[in-house]
Design a protein around this ligand. Structure first.
Ligand SMILES: Nc1ncnc2c1ncn2[C@@H]1O[C@H](COP(=O)(O)OP(=O)(O)OP(=O)(O)O)[C@@H](O)[C@H]1O
Length: 345
């Protein structure tokens, strides 16, 4: 495998307060490969924004190393750091545009000391505006634009210095679902056409799920899961992750509402690709064992052009019979979880 474009090694950020210190980022390590759309998900206060700012050294880590393109940022002089930062664009929830400047001026602002002539700067702005589908708005002011249009301008501006990496910090959080989809489509296009590596920070799994190939889940500054988005859905390790992926919430509701029979145990099975065939196969596997079974609930989601299905079953039998069912599921490579919050009898 190629060397990662970004590598975080044991990074922590502690803010010293008068009353107590806050460790916003706590011993975080992960690698991002070139071309990844890498998601960072966590609730408010989890440390996402601090981590984003740390990745481009706007925030100095208290400890640990950040290596971008093989170069440790801690070793760079202020001038080298400024240069290195140009290779990392950023977009934010509230766009951060200059309201007194036109759209074109907002985009050419980062090019002020680029050495490009005014004409070349304007040409570049025009090219970038075309890329984000706003070619006709270059003389408008931000106040004349919708939220989605403002975010497109912010994206164009973030690309002015030809970055290799784009950090999107909750860039769609202030937008409606349709506009969110439009912005995510633009970001995906930039990833596939310009090979831009994207770090997508969000508290919404819908955003992460529809764009990212990899993801880390952050909780109280710590990475609690790290892997491919498919793995996250197939083998969520943490309850927090299950809550994010939605199965957790829905499944808990379903399980709590079940009217279980005596000796009935609830099992959640998760599988990828063929919802109907797999469901039929699971029914068959259990039927062969002669253990009574009920299907309570089934839910499929599209992730990375694949279908992930979650099935909630009730198995009526003694401990040995349940163990037999689980062994069979395991031998057929189905992921399962015994659930029910103690609601198995
Ligand atoms: N400059 C600062 N000084 C002191 N504490 C800070 C500072 N910046 C962030 N924090 C604290 O660090 C923790 C993580 O904050 P951060 O903004 O990184 O989280 P977040 O996941 O991005 O949340 P949100 O989505 O609400 O912005 C919080 O407890 C926050 O209060």
């Amino acid at each position: 495998m190629e060397d990662p474009i970004i590598s975080l090694k044991n990074v922590s950020v502690t803010f010293c307060g008068n009353e107590k210190n806050v460790t916003a980022v706590d011993h975080v390590s992960f690698d991002i490969q070139k071309g990844d759309v890498f998601g960072i998900i966590g609730y408010s206060g989890a440390g996402k924004s601090t981590l984003a700012r740390t990745i481009n050294f706007l925030q100095r880590p208290t400890q640990g190393q950040i290596i971008v393109n093989g170069q440790s940022l801690i070793d760079l002089s202020a001038a080298q750091l400024r240069n290195s930062r140009k290779k990392i664009g950023m977009i934010f929830q509230h766009f951060n545009l200059m309201n007194t400047r036109t759209v074109e001026e907002n985009i050419t602002l980062p090019l002020l000391h680029s050495g490009l002539s005014k004409v070349a700067q304007r040409e570049k702005a025009e090219r970038l505006l075309k890329l984000v589908g706003l070619a006709n708005k270059k003389m408008s002011y931000p106040r004349q634009l919708s939220g989605g249009q403002k975010q497109r301008v912010a994206i164009a501006r973030s690309l002015a210095n030809d970055p290799e990496i784009l950090i999107s910090d909750e860039a769609t959080s202030a937008l409606d679902p349709k506009t969110t989809e439009d912005i995510l489509t633009i970001l995906k296009k930039l990833n596939t056409e310009l090979h831009l590596t994207i770090i997508m920070i969000s508290h919404e799994m819908e955003v992460i799920k529809s764009t990212c190939n990899k993801v880390v889940v952050l909780n109280q500054g710590k990475v609690v899961e790290n892997g491919s988005i498919l793995d996250l859905f197939l083998h969520p390790k943490e309850v927090l992750t299950q809550t994010f992926i939605g199965f957790g919430h829905q499944n808990n509701d379903v399980i709590q509402s079940l009217d279980l029979r005596p000796k009935e145990t609830v099992i959640e099975v998760t599988f990828i690709n063929s919802p109907n065939e797999d469901q039929a196969k699971i029914v068959e596997i259990i039927a062969v064992l002669g253990v009574p079974m009920r299907i309570f609930y089934s839910n499929s989601q599209f992730i990375q052009q694949r279908v992930i299905t979650n099935l909630i079953l009730g198995i009526q039998g003694n401990k040995e019979q349940v163990a037999k069912v689980l062994r069979q599921l395991k031998s057929h490579r189905y992921n399962y979880q015994l659930t029910g919050g103690g609601r198995s009898y």
